[in-house]
Design a protein around this ligand. Structure first.
Ligand code: ZN
Length: 258
């Protein structure tokens, strides 16, 4: 029996924002999570539980999950297109990987996440380097169907950073990567979630360090804005919003091939 849900968001909200983080950078643990915990904002952290000692790698992330955040799957091997580099003979790249190899790598990451963080029931996926295919040219094919089969949602990058709840492909959601973006711009992007009735997903790598950084000041100001407007903008992990949208689509008879 499905009960009727009038809004794709939790009741009373105009739109949704998800703060998502890639690659498990230390600055996320050190800076982003304390800021978010102080303001009671929950986000999604995509990690690669690689190596022999993956269980101890996951220990701090287990605490993050216990605090109410989502710890998601970013695969184990983080394989991307060789087009990012200069070596035409690169071997470890999506051009040389089969769908089956990639699926095995992703499922092993899920198994480790379930073992290392047994409290967490469901989690989403994040495409390494936003790339959603294997092969090239005549042999190139999308691996989005694999993600659709195993996860409530997957995050890529897209035309806009926001997603429409009725039309977005949950297996390849659009996001905004916000490196080097200033606070007023971030606030404007978050406001679009409310004014357009959309789901804005931010992609963040590191805070105050590294090539793909956002400043701590800008991140803090974004979080403070979201906290001030939490009555109308729903801030939640990706998995929470994705499951709600699925429930809403079912209740509205919006059938999607997913
Ligand atoms: Zn990554």
């Amino acid at each position: 029996m499905t009960h009727n849900i009038s809004s794709p968001w939790s009741e009373g909200y105009q739109g949704a924002v998800s703060l998502t983080f890639d690659d498990g950078a230390q600055s996320q643990l050190r800076t982003a999570i304390p800021i978010m915990n102080d303001l009671n904002l929950k986000g999604t952290f995509f990690v690669c539980p690689k190596g022999k000692d993956w269980i101890s790698y996951l220990e701090p992330w287990r605490e993050v999950a216990k605090a109410g955040h989502e710890v998601g799957n970013h695969s184990i091997s983080h394989i991307c297109s060789k087009a990012l580099g200069t070596d035409p003979n690169a071997t470890r790249c999506l051009e040389n990987t089969t769908i089956q190899e990639l699926e095995a790598d992703i499922l092993e990451a899920s198994k480790r996440l379930r073992e290392g963080i047994p409290e967490q029931k469901e989690f989403t996926f994040c495409y390494p380097c936003y790339h959603d295919y294997v092969g090239e040219g005549l042999t190139r094919q999308s691996y989005v169907p694999i993600i659709a089969k195993h996860f409530p949602a997957g995050r890529g990058r897209g035309e806009f950073g926001y997603n429409h709840p009725a039309t977005c492909d949950l297996a390849y959601l659009w996001s905004w990567n916000i490196e080097h973006v200033n606070a007023p711009t971030l606030v404007g992007l978050a406001e679009e979630a409310a004014t357009l009735g959309r789901w804005v997903i931010f992609t963040i790598h590191s805070i105050n360090e590294g090539r793909l950084m956002i400043s701590e000041t800008a991140f803090r100001q974004l979080c403070e804005f979201l906290n001030r407007h939490r009555e109308r903008i729903w801030v939640a992990p990706m998995v929470t919003v994705a499951l709600r949208i699925r429930e809403w689509r079912n209740s509205q008879g919006i059938l999607r091939n997913e």
